[in-house]
Design a protein around this ligand. Sequence first.
Ligand code: 5MM
Length: 346
Amino acid sequence: MSAYVQELKGTAQAMVAKGKGILAMDESNGTCNKRFEKLGIPATQEYRQAYRQLILTTPGLSEYISGPILYDETIRQNTQEGVPFLKVIADAGMIPGIKVDTGAKDLAGHAGEKVTEGLDGLRDRIAEYYQMGARFAKWRAVITIGSTIPSRACIEANAHALARYAALCQEGGLVPIVEPEVLIDGDHTLEHCWHVTDAALHEVFNQLHTQNVAYDQMILKPSMVIPGKACAQQASVGAVAEATISCLLKNVPASVAGIAFLSGGQSMEQSSAHLSAMNSLFGSQCPWPVTFSYARAIQQPALDHWAGDASRVDEAQKRLLTRAQYNSAASVGEYSSDMEKAMAIA
Ligand code: 5MM
């Protein structure tokens, strides 16, 4: 049993406290640079620092966000005034988290499939991050749907790595966010996504059990059960909510501390509407809090508006806060698309 049991339980509960979600801002430099390049923002350390400062100093952010997930570069950075980002986060009453995987790489012998790496040296990296002040971590596995994939090899290898990572985190005092992402890319149906998500979650919890991971000291970050982006038959908000919750209820033990969804390339409005429907229609059946851990679905309007221009920071922060607020409402089943109209008018 981890020496940190009580602390881990408390952290996990605080991460999914009522009305709060987790802000994913753990884009690796490669991903962050790609998003910057689309907007003509220089892909430099200086601009990445400025953007992360914009996010973390947003007034009122902690009302809706329990904690941000940082990247290794970001956790070591300061504001332009010299205040460590970790102090900014702590002073705002938020909990700092850190991405500890080193990325999804090609799975040998399985064309088109990935396995996430990062277990080598992980115990030492966790110790360093804990000592710096981080209290939770994140590891993302990627599962692609195609006509003949995912393979058992992909599902098992990724689930095994997630479980090894989660056990190491709990040993070292970090709450693991376990993120098996079934990608939205492709023309698969809602039903096909349900079956793949079912298989993936089943194997993840099999491996977590084998590795002695304590469910009440972890957060699951799943993708929603949704048709592929290129599927001719898209699904209603209610159908996505029902399929997703039924798959979670089948596979996720009641003692898991919380569910915090990724947005996965859905539109901002879809991400909020689906989360809200899950809570308003099925919240009473769920044994765990169901909230968000979005990146793009919270950050995008702020990034688009800022576009690297220091004079636009205040307005960009307002846009970030608005999305955080809408998703907070969704986490208690109270988001409505009318909120979007109000924002458009303002
Ligand atoms: C699936 O991506 C995670 C959630 O983001 P979205 O809500 O935008 O889907 C996100 O935390 C992701 O893991 C990070 O952005 C890091 O990505 P890379 O690929 O740079 O490690």
